[in-house]
Design a protein around this ligand. Structure first.
Ligand code: PMP
Length: 461
């Protein structure tokens, strides 16, 4: 679509919007004092894997609009699915009623996950999906008469959303410490962060001592752990911390040995990001509970799902007055617009053979990144599929970090913008998380912009 505005009219509109943003909005995870002093980049439109701002400038969507966009923006099939659903109904409830769109979505969804996961509980965000998983696991054991199983294990550095339950199983000190008095107690296992091993060990000699540490928690609390909550293969929000191969499988074995549930949070890793539809597939692991959101709708609308097995579902069955009901639900659970676009997105996965096309893109991304490995200020490049973290360090030999106030990652992203790429860092880690639809040429442009940013910023930091 041609933008009919003149440059002057565009600028005036931008200034009006920017002033209103500064007056009324409170942005998530944003120091608003800084924000109020800057001219905001305002996204007005999208097209394919590009975002277009109020001034008509185009940028590659280098982090998939916060890790959720899959097929690009304004995808005809997805747009049409939303329009067609609008012609039927925008929303009706799942509490005591069924809806065509949610039934069709659930039916399609179970075709894409490990076959044991046959029950779909819908909600609207990653955090709510995890909240549901926690309460489901807890109530399952209570209903089974295993009342002592009420504790949770999670991994340091994990991130599962921002509600109080999901923060409780989270483990990012910077975000979560202030809320500690509000949280329930969770056993946090050492982070499988080989580059900075918290146990001071090295693979393969360590024989994954961090996994042994998880087992030690279970062994010390026999019969008391309800579930282990984990991001499979890659901890996203703490800086793309990639787990050593075999780690997730070990987690499954530990849960099995100790009678606990394995809850895999695929909110970030799901829908092709790591190279398979779900990350758990790469270790042949079937979780008891799996959470997803973000890419479920192709990144179009807020829809989340918590999937589980018939065994867990059956724990909740009983007569009305047995009160075994799962007393949990969100107004917009299974929103028909979200479900319709999710179904259309899943259909694209099949029709376009998206997963089959990933190895070429993943390989191209790896090749583009390879020269960065020798950069004097790149400590480590962690790539799982199309999820990448480039950890910047002041000194490679000592792994000394850049000081927090320097905002090195942020500076790199500002620089990348000048090269037509939008990124969002995690501390000193530059994150690349492109939509699965990015072409090889666009992936190369993405890496080139990140590299230009890294060069410019580390030269002066
Ligand atoms: N779990 C994981 C693994 C995530 O990465 C995120 C979001 N980054 C969430 C949960 C929370 O999702 P939401 O922001 O939709 O609540």
């Amino acid at each position: 679509m041609k933008d009919p505005l003149t440059d002057a009219a565009r600028l005036e509109r931008h200034r009006r919007l920017a002033a209103a943003d500064h007056r009324h909005l409170w942005h998530p995870f944003t120091q608003m004092q800084d924000w109020l002093g800057e001219d905001p980049l305002i996204i007005d439109r999208g097209e394919g894997v590009e975002l277009i701002d109020t001034m008509g400038r185009r940028y590659l969507d280098g982090v998939s609009s916060l890790w959720c966009n899959v097929h690009g923006h304004r995808v005809p099939e997805l747009d049409e699915a939303v329009r067609a659903q609008l012609d039927r109904i925008a929303h009706s409830t799942l509490l005591g009623l069924a809806s065509t769109a949610s039934i069709e979505c659930a039916e399609e969804l179970v075709r894409h996950v490990p076959p044991a996961l046959t029950r779909v509980f819908f909600s609207d965000a990653g955090a709510t999906a995890v909240e549901i998983a926690i309460k489901m696991a807890f109530q399952h054991f209570q209903l089974r008469g295993d009342e002592r199983r009420r504790e949770f294990v999670s991994i340091t550095g994990g991130y599962h959303g921002d509600t109080i339950g999901s923060v409780s199983v989270g483990g990012i000190d910077l975000f979560h410490r202030i809320f500690k008095p509000l949280l329930f107690d969770v056993h946090h296992a050492p982070q499988p962060y080989c580059y900075r091993c918290p146990l001071g060990k090295t693979l393969p000699g360590c024989a994954m001592a961090c996994a042994d540490a998880v087992e030690a928690i279970f062994a010390a609390r026999p019969g008391q752990i309800a579930a282990l909550v984990i991001e499979p293969l890659m901890q996203g929000a703490d800086g793309m911390i990639a787990q050593p191969p075999g780690y997730l499988k070990r987690m499954r074995q530990i849960c099995d040995r100790h009678g606990a549930l394995l809850c895999c949070d695929e909110v970030a890793t799901g829908w092709g990001r790591t190279g398979t539809t779900f990350a758990v597939e790469q270790e042949g692991v079937v979780p008891d509970i799996m959470t997803m959101a973000k890419g479920l709708t192709g990144g179009y609308l807020p829809l989340a799902a918590t999937l589980t097995t018939e065994t867990i579902f059956e724990s909740f069955l009983g007569s009305f007055d047995s009160r075994r009901t799962f007393f949990h639900g969100h107004t917009y659970a299974g929103n028909p617009l979200g479900c319709a676009v999710a179904t259309a997105s899943m259909k694209l996965f099949r029709d376009r053979r998206i997963i089959e096309g990933l190895p070429a893109r993943i390989g191209a991304l790896a090749r583009a990144l390879a020269p960065l490995a020798d950069h004097p200020h790149v400590g480590e490049i962690r790539q799982r599929g199309l999820m990448v973290g480039v950890e910047l360090v002041r000194d490679r030999a000592t792994k000394a970090e850049y000081e927090y106030p320097l905002r090195v990652g942020h500076q790199v992203c500002l620089e990348a913008r000048r090269h037509g790429v939008l990124l969002r860092p995690l501390g000193n880690v530059v994150v690349l998380l492109p939509p699965l639809a990015m072409t090889v040429a666009q992936l190369e442009q993405l890496v080139a912009a990140a590299r230009a940013g890294i060069d410019a910023v580390t030269a002066r930091a």
